[in-house]
Design a protein around this ligand. Structure first.
Ligand code: NDP
Length: 241
């Protein structure tokens, strides 16, 4: 039987590409999203992938949402923690709301989503947890103290949990994308992209969501069983660690 993959924020941007690539690789995919019903319904019409709406920053909503997915689709074998937001601002102007929104959505969601699937993966002695962090969690980014803190936290989470899951056949890895052409990046002034961002990317272009999705498919596969606790940088050479 096909393995089940659950992708948070799986209806738009990088998550949409991940959902589609996992489906193409033979997984039964469930895609979570936050509130953009229009995008979710267009996504389902185009792909046939079932969508589930809940807020990954809410622990109880995650537990209920995952229970529904498991009842309708099957136990989650592959969890992709992809959902994320930005609420940028220089720290001297950053509000408590900006800080907590980003920490709750980008970091606390990893606990909220992974905790409910972890026991099942341990019992079945197989699992894949793949967290989409960011280059800005590796190097820090001015105007993103909240986002950089959350994304660096994702990497720490992965390294700790990889050790706990190793003997149970569960791998836990992080992917750190650089600038990828999604709505999150399209929100940046094109002149700023041209003048300030592209010159810092050795390959001279933004990445495509599919370039992240292909790495997710590999990390989810049997072939990647010896890769755990790792941080895969996919950034066109912008930051090398
Ligand atoms: P998009 O803004 O294009 O898509 C975000 C997706 O996440 C949407 O499906 C959205 O749902 C969902 N989402 C947002 N908040 C929540 C929430 N609270 N609960 C459930 N779902 C939620 O983002 P990207 O595709 O650009 O980014 C995906 C991930 O990649 C993020 O974690 C981001 O930080 C990371 N990343 C992105 C980079 C980039 O250059 N784009 C670079 C590095 C990392 P809805 O459609 O309902 O709003």
């Amino acid at each position: 039987m096909a393995r089940v993959a659950l992708v948070t924020g799986g209806t738009r941007g990088i998550g949409e590409a991940i959902s589609k690539a996992l489906k193409a690789a033979g997984y039964t995919v469930a895609a979570n999203y936050a509130g953009n019903d229009e995008a979710a319904s267009a996504f389902t019409s185009a792909t046939g992938i079932k969508t589930y709406k809940w807020d990954v920053s809410d622990f109880d909503a995650c537990a209920a949402g995952i229970a529904k997915v498991e009842a309708e689709v099957g136990p989650v074998d592959v969890l992709v923690n992809n959902a994320g937001i930005t609420r940028d601002g220089m720290f001297h102007r950053m509000t408590k709301d900006q800080w907590y929104a980003v920490i709750n959505t980008n970091l606390n969601s990893l606990f909220n989503m992974t905790r409910p699937v972890w026991e099942g993966m341990r019992t079945r002695k197989w699992g894949r947890v793949i967290c989409i962090s960011s280059i800005n969690g590796q190097k820090g980014q001015m105007g993103q103290a909240n986002y950089s803190a959350a994304k660096a936290g994702d990497i720490g989470f992965v390294k700790a949990l990889a050790q706990e899951g190793a003997r149970a056949g569960i791998t836990v890895n992080a992917i750190c994308p650089g600038y990828i052409a999604t709505e999150m990046v399209k929100a940046i002034d094109p002149a700023v992209v041209e003048k300030n961002i592209l010159p810092g990317i050795p390959v001279g272009r933004l990445g495509e969501p599919e370039e992240i999705a292909r790495a997710v498919v590999f990390l989810a596969s049997e072939d990647a069983g010896f890769i755990t606790g790792s941080t895969l940088s996919i950034n066109g050479g912008q930051y090398m660690v």
